[in-house]
Write a protein that binds this ligand. Structure first.
Ligand SMILES: Cc1cc2nc3c(=O)[nH]c(=O)nc-3n(C[C@H](O)[C@H](O)[C@H](O)COP(=O)(O)OP(=O)(O)OC[C@H]3O[C@@H](n4cnc5c(N)ncnc54)[C@H](O)[C@@H]3O)c2cc1C
Length: 427
């Protein structure tokens, strides 16, 4: 396997559980060091719904309107092509179909996350139920089609007026106008990195091997049950590479879970994945006064920002930044996260002063133009894919992993995943 983000780690666990002999190669020194590091904490079924219309719009660097994809500079020709596909996929019946697939995968994943947490007694910060906040009557109206689709799919939710919503999250700022809220049920908040660390330990207990500080340089298919991986030591820590880098290691199959870095790996196999790295940001801070903090989580649909309680900390996450400088945070997006936190929970964390400490972070979400990930066998024998979960990879990780393991064993997955087929991109 390539990659030990939350998607790779859960996939390694499921495959090991099924009795496969699994080795995970990860170029970093431990699991969940890239997009899965300080990701938002939302895993509720329904949170990925298209709350606003149009769901997908572009924002130029000089506009300050919330929502949509924020462009940083002029996209290249290839990037324009991708953005145009991304926008079109957010319209009409295609949009409805994609959301149906995503909802089903998130709900299945939510169930799998809960059952693993309970059956393996996994320790991670989590809570049930969350509120999707609708600031105005217009926003409530725009959310109608999304709610109808959730109803059709049997995804549980309750609608509340502002008074009921404020009673459920008593620390919501009384000064900020609120029209109403949608309550999403079941597991809603969970700590992605903590979960990845726990499930890695479980996978190791079952016999899965992790080789950290080891990058997969190339994948070569030599026919049925013969996949060669060329490896290279990476990072400053000593590599666990147990063989000479020039001689490839042979496996029956490989599952690629390398997030945004999957593109280059697959290209040499002739698999062209239309994946883009879209930057999102998060803030993590210790709670100053528990009474001023959320009990579970809220999602602000106007700004696309979530605020979740993780034990004694708060995690605020959001942003859709396209074409920014890799590794460099967007000041505008961070400002928006601070602004939304101040709007809803102004006294929850200490931002300044001797005991004030906020961790600002940004990561790249591996995003496909339509929405669902690519999940399953590629057309190259022995090469399997679990990539491109975009802004909801944590919410889909456990379900995607189980579905991939079922398919690899030749079984039907518990849910239909035709909308996640790699073949839709000719892969
Ligand atoms: C700010 C932010 C907030 C988010 N909020 C939420 C949220 O609330 N809910 C939600 O569901 N999702 C959220 N997401 C999305 C979610 O975090 C990601 O979709 C998910 O973490 C992707 O996991 P992954 O394992 O696919 O990728 P990654 O975590 O990026 O893992 C890929 C791994 O592959 C390794 N790798 C790459 N190339 C190689 C190679 N050649 N050899 C060896 N190893 C390699 C990398 O080092 C990395 O560890 C958020 C993301 C961000 C950035």
């Amino acid at each position: 396997m390539v990659g030990a983000g939350v998607v790779g780690t859960t996939t390694a666990f499921e495959l090991t559980l099924d009795g496969h002999q699994v080795t995970v190669f990860e170029r970093r020194s431990t699991v969940a060091e890239e997009a899965s590091f300080a990701s938002g904490a939302i895993v509720a079924a329904g949170w990925t719904a298209p709350w606003r219309q149009p769901e997908r719009s572009l924002r130029w660097p000089w506009t300050s309107r919330p929502g949509g994809m924020q462009l940083h500079g002029l996209p290249s020709l290839g990037e324009w092509g991708w953005l145009s596909r991304w926008r079109k996929a957010g319209l009409g019946e295609r949009q409805a179909e994609q959301h149906r697939q995503i909802h089903q995968l998130v709900r299945y994943s939510q169930e799998r996350l809960l059952s693993l947490t309970e059956s393996q007694s996994l320790e991670h910060d989590r809570s049930e139920g969350m509120l999707v906040l609708l600031r105005s009557a217009r926003e409530a109206e725009q959310a109608r089609p999304a709610l109808q689709q959730m109803k059709d799919l049997g995804i549980g939710f309750r609608e509340h007026d502002a008074t009921q919503a404020r009673a459920m999250e008593p620390a919501l700022n009384a000064e900020t106008p609120l029209h109403g809220a949608v309550e999403l049920m079941g597991e809603a908040v969970a700590n992605c990195r903590e979960f990845a660390l726990s499930i890695r330990a479980e996978a190791q207990r079952l016999g899965c091997e992790f080789e950290f500080n080891t990058a997969v340089e190339s994948i070569e298919s030599r026919g049925a049950n013969a996949i060669d991986l060329r490896l290279k030591a990476s990072g400053s820590a000593p590599s666990q590479l147990a063989h000479t880098p020039d001689s490839p290691q042979r496996f029956d199959a490989v599952v690629v879970c390398a997030g945004v870095h999957s593109v280059a790996l697959l290209q040499s196999l002739g698999l062209r994945l239309p994946l883009q790295g879209v930057q999102a940001h998060s803030l993590s801070a210790a709670i100053r006064e528990p009474l001023d903090a959320p009990l579970s989580a809220v999602f602000d649909t106007r700004h696309g920002v979530s605020i979740a309680r993780l034990g004694q900390r708060i995690r605020v996450a959001g942003g859709n930044d396209f074409g920014g400088t890799p590794g460099q945070a967007s000041k505008d997006t961070l400002r928006r996260l601070y602004g939304v936190l101040a709007d809803w929970f102004p006294g929850a964390v200490r931002l300044a002063g001797p005991r004030g400490s906020v961790q600002e972070w940004q990561g790249l979400q591996a995003t496909l133009p339509d929405g669902p990930p690519v999940l399953g066998a590629s057309r190259v024998p022995g090469v399997w894919l679990n990539i491109g979960h975009g802004a909801a990879g944590w919410s889909m990780a456990c379900g995607s992993a189980r579905a991939l393991a079922d398919r690899l064993a030749g079984r039907d997955a518990d849910i239909a995943i035709t909308g996640c087929s790699p073949q839709r991109f000719g892969l």
